[in-house]
Design a protein around this ligand. Structure first.
Ligand SMILES: Nc1ncnc2c1ncn2[C@@H]1O[C@H](COP(=O)(O)OP(=O)(O)OP(=O)(O)O)[C@@H](O)[C@H]1O
Ligand SMILES: [Mg+2]
Length: 258
């Protein structure tokens, strides 16, 4: 049997394709993406609505199976895992955050954060409690521990969702428009948390966003169009959010003319 090709990246996709049917016709929502994200790298994914950002992120998260090609997360090839193994892998190794916070309404903030550990059948020992306290302090949620989601602001709910994603200490964090429902201040606060997780804790982050002001926190902006990578812009290539926005709009203009 052929040796399986390994990956040293935090996340790597190879010739990744996802096909869907629209009006009885098959099309590729993700159309051959080769993406390499190093351990400790922070990558933003931008692109017009429908360009395949969420589909790509869901493939990387193992929430959707690829039509062809491969996804490796920390060297593990997702297509070689059974559905059950993939669920466990996702819970233990990935931190995933969405635009909608998806909190469980009848659980308190603290219980929501602890949910993945409970789902994994883990006991709450003293070291887990210490970790929880440190995490809630870092997310500035100490006052909200026993509150239910409907009593929390959007920014607070998203920080609880981040806590839930982080409690298992994943090396890779995936976020699909995590600031999409938030005002400027709450949004930048979430970005600052991602920045800290990346810089101080060395976690790899892939964050999908429409907003240049969010994308500038990353070290690299990957732009998708029609399911393909059309640009890969390093942080050094622009000074601020408005320069990134100008560059991004230029790409969209050229894309529309093609
Ligand atoms: N489950 C599905 N079945 C059929 N088509 C789908 C499915 N999911 C996504 N698509 C299509 O695939 C394409 C890419 O969708 P995707 O959600 O990845 O875009 P996106 O870049 O995340 O857009 P947005 O910025 O609006 O969130 C779109 O044309 C969408 O309609
Ligand atoms: Mg999307």
């Amino acid at each position: 049997m052929k040796d399986e090709i390994k990956s040293d990246y935090a996340v790597e996709t190879r010739a990744l394709v996802k096909s869907y049917y629209r009006g009885g016709v098959s099309f590729n929502a993700v159309d051959g993406i080769d993406l390499q994200v190093k351990p400790g790298e922070f990558v933003a994914i931008m692109g017009a609505s429908g360009s395949g950002k969420s589909t790509a992120l869901h493939l990387i998260a193992g929430l959707t199976r690829a039509t062809s090609g491969d996804v490796y997360v920390e060297g593990e090839r997702l297509s070689s895992l059974s559905d059950r193994a993939l669920t466990i892998f996702r819970r233990r190794r990935l931190g995933i955050v969405f635009q909608s916070y998806n909190l469980i309404p009848h659980l308190t903030a603290e219980e929501n954060v602890l949910f993945p550990l409970r789902a994994d059948g883990r006991k709450l020992d003293e070291s887990t409690r210490d970790k929880l306290r440190a995490l809630m302090r870092e997310l500035e949620l100490e006052e909200q521990l026993s509150q239910y989601p409907d009593a929390l602001s959007g920014g607070q709910q998203q920080r609880v969702a981040l806590g839930r994603a982080l409690i298992g200490e994943p090396a890779v964090i995936l976020a699909d428009e995590p600031t999409g429902n938030l005002d400027w201040t709450s949004s930048q606060r979430i970005c600052a948390i991602f920045d800290k997780l990346n810089r101080e804790e060395g976690r790899a982050i892939i964050l999908v966003t429409h907003e240049p002001a969010v994308a500038i926190w990353s070290s690299r902006v990957v732009v998708l169009q029609d399911g393909r990578v059309v640009s890969d812009i390093p942080r050094a290539a622009y000074a601020d959010a408005s320069e990134l926005a100008a560059r991004y709009q230029e790409l969209a203009r050229v894309g529309a003319e093609r």
